[in-house]
Ligand binder design. Structure first.
Ligand SMILES: Cc1ncc(COP(=O)(O)O)c(C=O)c1O
Length: 435
């Protein structure tokens, strides 16, 4: 049991927020973790547990936004990273461990013949788009309205907008951040997620100008609703009709399957953007595809079609940690963590049904989202980019010892097991009862 309640204005976390706000906008460097009344500051994490600077112990269902598939400080990852750190952290030479991680990933996924590493999922999506542009010689891309793909300007178009009423008009490309050049927006065609007929019409209209279609086969930023098989089939049909590339953003989705997320749809992407779990807890991004598509990065006597540098790309610490993390993600490990995710979703559904609440339990594989519609409770409807308000049910979870992502999203790690389900559901039940 935790002794102190959140919010506590005498806490060390609160004082760090006050101090941080003097030198950091909103007190930190990630919009996604800045919170109101204040952001919790962390001291340590081991396995599924984290301890904050005030000594509060929490079970971490955020796992650094799905990136820590083994939870915190897994001994094999710590050992691989520290061994590498003791030898060298970054240098302007090749390292064998980069090839080993590339081999591991390319052996697993149909369609990965070559891979290129970088430092974040945002860079992965940016480079995925650049690959499609360099390969096709076309400028425009298409993406789904309100889909989140990181912080690259083109990928941010029409994020956090009110959904377009398709009886009146087609979605248009809108700026997410102030100052986005109109030229960037003009090169992004917006389609309605999972709406096959309207998307077909729009994609056919712009098909010959499109370098690629950027999409997330997990629906991560769309309330955890997966694309339908029909929607994926439409995207594949558009590739064949218009000679564009399918850019699959698997920055989160790659945790779905040993063989990659698109395997579940029986479709191959041309470019896959990766991040999060493949870095073993260190900053990472990557794009992968066929030798032909990836040849845009290759230079000879001539400049590459897509020159791509980066001081810390494929740094050996990330590569060593990523290799250790991904080596442990055997087919059995994926099955175990995915069935644990399903068991959580089933148990949560039972609780909500027993309590007669209007709610949906969303998510796939090892993630869940509890979407309570019931007006008596209701999840906070968080607009992306707005300050997270930790209050009501979200604060109750913290005070009961659980850290969930905003909107009651949870990510299961391999550090968890079936014994974690009942205590979590008991907590959910007792919070809902008191509300
Ligand atoms: C689907 C998706 N794409 C891209 C990104 C950007 O990754 P990063 O935060 O590593 O830049 C994220 C991050 O959450 C994501 O969820």
């Amino acid at each position: 049991m935790n002794q102190k309640n959140y919010p506590d204005y005498r806490s060390t976390s609160y004082h760090l927020n006050v101090r941080g706000r003097k030198v950091l906008p909103n007190g930190g460097s990630r919009s996604s973790i800045q919170s109101s009344p204040y952001t919790i500051f962390l001291k340590s994490g081991h396995g599924k547990n984290i301890v904050d600077v005030d000594g509060r112990k929490l079970i971490d269902f955020n796992n650094n936004f799905t990136s820590l598939i083994h939870g915190h400080c897994h001994p094999a990852i710590v050992s691989a990273a520290t061994e590498q750190i003791s030898m060298a952290t970054a240098f302007s030479f090749g390292s064998e461990i980069e090839i080993k991680l590339a081999e591991l990933l390319c052996q697993r996924v149909d369609g990965f013949e070559q891979i290129r590493f970088m430092n974040s999922g945002t860079e992965a999506v940016m480079n995925g788009i650049k690959v499609a542009r360099a390969y096709t010689g076309r400028a425009k891309i298409a993406k789904c309205e309100n889909a989140y793909h990181g912080s690259y300007a083109a990928a941010e178009a029409s994020l956090a907008v009110d959904p377009t009423d398709l009886k009146i008009a087609d979605p248009i490309s809108k700026a997410y951040s102030a100052g986005t050049p109109q030229g960037v927006l003009d090169d992004v065609i917006i389609i309605p997620f999972n709406d096959v007929e309207n998307s077909r019409r729009i994609l056919n209209q712009y098909g010959s100008e499109l370098a690629g279609i950027l999409f997330d086969p997990f629906g991560s930023g769309l309330g955890r609703i997966a694309p339908s098989q029909d929607f994926i089939n439409l995207l594949a049909e558009m590739r064949d009709t218009h000679g564009l590339l399918l850019i699959s953003d698997e920055v989160i989705a790659f945790r779905a399957d040993y063989l990659g997320c698109m395997h579940q749809f029986n479709t191959r992407a041309d470019v896959t953007c990766l991040g999060k779990i493949i870095g073993g807890g260190f900053p990472v991004g990557a794009v992968a595809g066929s030798r032909d598509v990836m040849s845009v990065f290759e230079s000879t006597d001539e400049k590459a079609r897509l020159p791509h540098g980066g001081t810390f790309n494929a740094n050996p610490v990330t590569m060593a940690a990523g290799y250790a993390a991904m080596e442990m993600m055997t087919p059995e490990a994926f099955l175990r963590i995915n069935s644990l995710g399903q068991a959580f979703r089933n148990a949560i559904t039972d609780v909500l049904e027993q309590m007669n609440l209007q709610a949906n339990v969303l998510g796939q594989a090892s993630v869940f989202a509890i979407d309570i519609i019931d007006p008596r409770i209701g999840n906070k409807n968080l607009k992306r980019g707005a300050l997270r308000q930790i209050e009501g049910i979200e604060a109750d979870f913290i005070n009961a010892g659980y850290f969930l992502s905003a909107g009651l999203h949870g990510t299961v790690s391999t550090a968890m097991d079936e014994n974690d389900i009942d205590p979590f559901c008991d907590t959910l039940k007792s919070i809902l009862k008191t509300m």
